[in-house]
Write a protein that binds this ligand. Structure first.
Ligand code: BGC
Length: 765
């Protein structure tokens, strides 16, 4: 992202004007000497030269604005301290300050009261929408619609920017295979290929083409790296991953984000091979800033410098600060470690000042790119704030994204779509009438009680008679963010009215799952079924009326084996944000033909977790038959998941045929397939291509997604879909992190899920 000026002048003229590191000479085609000048670099260096050590370290210090969002309440927060540090130029960034008025208040101090007037960069967790909430990222990933996902990030950026925010701590690009981990809701699922493309879409959506515009914000790829692999799915737990998984599964989405120009990274709470990520020079200096040549900056996760003490890695805050800066963490979020320890660490020679300079240059660069030096108040316009936030355009985008995120999991005897007239419908479940839960857990700027419920969505269809019954609560007590929810619901007094409503209905729609605050940070679960007494409610209602459509509301794959066996229709409705109820109703009534596909495998039971489609073969993959014991399996459940990665139905059906493979060269293989809409209504299908490298110097997964296309077809219409496999898709990383493509035989599978059976083989020489 270097801002380059091309100067066609003799290099000698530049001497004295530009330092060597900001200017690179090369010869043009005409033989003239072309000097590429990093114009932002010049400004950054000039400013840095005027800064004291304390001011430099101030830029590396980030404070929370008002309240504790995800971590312990700040005891030393500057807001509590009447902005004493801010006034002294000892703060480079603030998070959780939002709204034009509040942001102006702190920005004014930075710009008008400090010696150098360096503007703050204002960060915020714009994870899935800002005030208008879009679907949780896992749900958006289920759309496989990169344009829609990009647009969703773009409108979120617009809304946040209108509220004075310059920087989001998103996208989270952590791969996870463990549905117990509450933060799976915040990522793009289990697959590195899909997640990489989504990472790019989100970065482009947030940052746009021009970061200096007042409606774009800097993005942040987080959490670098391994945070999605906590042992036993317990948040903040130890991470233990092998080299091959690190290079081939965890790092690719980060690399994709870096290549898409993401301006910041966030490190992680976890350790990796015994070194906390925040103190890992291997990750931050060698890989990110070395090999990948990343020129933005690295912010720590909340208090993660200090947490190195609890990890029993650093003995105290001082040592933690030393480890973090030496390892390449540029900005300290809420540890108060840099601001308190770095000056003396430099003076005592334990930290080289050049590392401070490097960190500050990175931070200043991003501030220049955002245009904050040209106009620190450019994001601060009350009229824009009023116009943009919650505008119809943004609401429409949230609805569009929500509809596209829904996945149809089962539809026996075409129970769906519902008939629009003359039906008696019973709607059951507390989540069907909850105006907060669909907002999910990352909704700091949204007001409670602002989501459209399924009840409201269905009430918009007037032709049927709709009866609503809660049945049972999903949680008890306060649903107060960020407190733990109470799940021990035992009250079944609402069951009998639910049963009566079901008996009198033609069709029953049940909205069940988990509350929006049951997934997210710190919300790991050891059982991942329907919470509370909802399973019992479902089984009780089923005895009264079997014609049930189950709509799931959840932030992670759930274990719903009983439902899959008994309930005729199941719709995955996630936590879909502000427009949730309209989106779900439109799908139930067939005004939108569902097109989502699962970005994460659904297990049959929690014992199968972690379960993922791109697993390795093992030495004993196959059932030898006749009750054999000694092969890789469970004795009480099959190896198959409930629903595989990539799975999702439509109100129409699709057929795949005519698979053709052409090896053009060792770097280019084309694959084509004929996709036909074999049903009676128009629909969209995600055609997916999976590859298996049959034998390799490092064992490869049984299959890996390497291409997909979202296609819309009219009934009986066909289309030839073409995929091109190149170097980027045909190879893998060896255990030294080197990308290689090996000769040999590959199998290709094409179809509508990771279970695709249409297959062919090809050889690379
Ligand atoms: C989370 C980050 C988040 C930060 C700031 C942390 O607890 O892990 O993802 O960006 O808080 O809110």
């Amino acid at each position: 992202m270097k801002n380059i000026l091309l100067l066609l002048i003799s290099s000698s003229l530049l001497v004295g004007l530009v330092s060597c590191e900001d200017a690179h000479a090369r010869s043009s085609d005409e033989g003239t000497s072309v000097i590429e000048v990093d114009s932002i670099g010049i400004k950054v260096n000039a400013l840095l030269a005027r800064m004291t050590l304390e001011e430099k370290i101030g830029q590396m210090n980030q404070y929370n604005g008002f309240w504790d969002v995800t971590g312990p309440a700040p005891s030393e927060g500057d807001a509590a301290n009447k902005y004493e540090h801010l006034k002294k130029g000892m703060v480079g960034s603030m998070l959780n300050v939002r709204g034009v008025k509040e942001v102006r208040e702190v920005q004014k101090i930075a710009v008008e009261e400090t010696r150098l007037g360096i503007p703050l960069i204002i960060g915020f967790d714009v994870i899935h929408g800002y005030k208008t909430i879009s679907p949780i990222p896992l749900a958006e990933a289920a759309s496989w619609d990169l344009e829609a996902i990009k647009l969703s990030a773009q409108v979120a950026a617009e809304e946040a920017a209108a509220s004075g925010i310059n920087w989001t701590f998103a996208p989270m690009v952590d791969i996870s295979r463990d549905a117990r981990w509450g933060r799976v809701m915040e990522g793009a699922g289990e697959d590195p290929y899909l997640a990489s493309l989504i990472a790019v879409a989100r970065v482009q959506g947030f940052q746009g083409d021009d970061l200096s515009l007042a409606n774009t914000i800097a993005a942040c790829a987080k959490h670098f790296v391994g945070y999605g692999f906590p042992v036993a799915g317990k948040d903040y737990n130890t991470v233990d991953v092998g080299t091959s998984t690190l290079y081939n599964v965890l790092l690719p989405p980060f690399k994709a984000a870096e290549e898409a120009g993401v301006r910041t990274f966030m490190n992680a709470f976890n350790e990796l091979n015994g070194i906390p990520a925040t103190g890992s020079a291997f990750l931050q200096r060698d890989i990110l800033k070395g090999e990948w040549d990343f020129d933005g900056f690295m912010v720590t996760d909340w208090g993660s410098i200090n947490e190195m003490i609890a990890h029993r890695y650093a003995k105290n805050r001082r040592q933690a600060a030393e480890f973090a800066i030496n390892a390449g963490a540029d900005m300290d979020m809420e540890s108060y470690a840099y601001v308190n320890e770095l000056v003396s660490l430099v003076q005592e020679g334990r930290v080289d000042e050049s590392l401070i300079d490097d960190a500050v240059k990175r931070i200043l660069r991003v501030k220049y790119e955002l245009g904050l030096f040209d106009d620190p108040y450019k994001y601060l316009d009350e009229t824009v704030e009023k116009e943009v936030i919650g505008s119809q355009r943004i609401m429409d985008a949230a609805l569009d994204m929500a509809i596209k995120s829904i996945v149809l999991l089962k539809n026996e005897n075409n129970l769906l779509p519902l008939k629009k007239n003359g039906q008696k419908i019973a709607l059951i479940g507390a989540l069907a009438n909850d105006k907060t839960s669909p907002l999910g857990s990352w909704r700091i700027a949204a007001d409670d009680e602002t989501a459209v419920t399924v009840l409201e969505g269905m009430q918009a269809y007037k032709g049927n008679t709709l009866t609503y019954e809660k049945g049972a609560d999903v949680v008890t007590g306060e649903t107060l963010f960020p407190k733990e929810l109470t799940l021990n619901v035992s009250d079944k007094s609402g069951f009998s009215s639910a049963v009566t409503a079901a008996k009198n209905a033609d069709v029953v729609v049940m909205v069940l799952g988990e509350h929006g605050l049951n997934s997210g940070e710190g919300r790991s679960r050891s059982e991942i079924g329907l919470t509370g007494v909802q399973q019992e409610l479902l089984e009780t209602v089923y005895k009264a009326n079997k014609n049930i459509v189950l709509v799931l509301n959840n932030g992670r794959p759930l274990t719903i084996e009983w439902a899959d066996e008994h309930i005729p229709a199941i719709v995955e409705g996630w936590h879909l944000g502000t427009q949730s109820g309209h989106a779900i109703a439109q799908v139930l009534y067939g005004d939108y033909n569902p097109s989502g596909k699962l970005p994460m495998t659904f297990p049959k039971n929690v014992g199968q977790v972690p379960i993922y489609y791109n697993h390795k073969s093992t030495g004993r993959p196959l059932d030898p038959g006749q009750g054999e014991v000694f092969w890789s399996h469970y004795t009480d459940v099959s190896n198959a998941p409930l629903y595989p990665f990539g799975y999702g139905l439509s109100y129409t059906t699709f057929g795949y045929s005519d698979l053709k493979v052409d090896v053009v060269s060792n770097d280019k293989v084309t694959v084509s397939v004929k996709l036909t809409n074999t049903g009676d209504v128009k629909g969209k299908e995600v055609a997916q291509l999976y590859l298996r490298d049959e034998f390799a110097s490092v064992t490869r997964p049984v299959r890996e997604l390497k291409g997909f296309e979202l296609v819309e077809l009219n009934p009986k219409e066909s289309k030839i879909i073409e995929f091109t496999l190149t170097h980027a898709e045909l190879g893998f990383y060896d255990n030294n992190g080197k990308y290689i493509v090996e000769p040999g035989t590959f199998s290709v599978f094409v179809g509508g899920s990771s279970d695709a059976t249409l297959t062919s083989k090809f050889d690379l020489k």
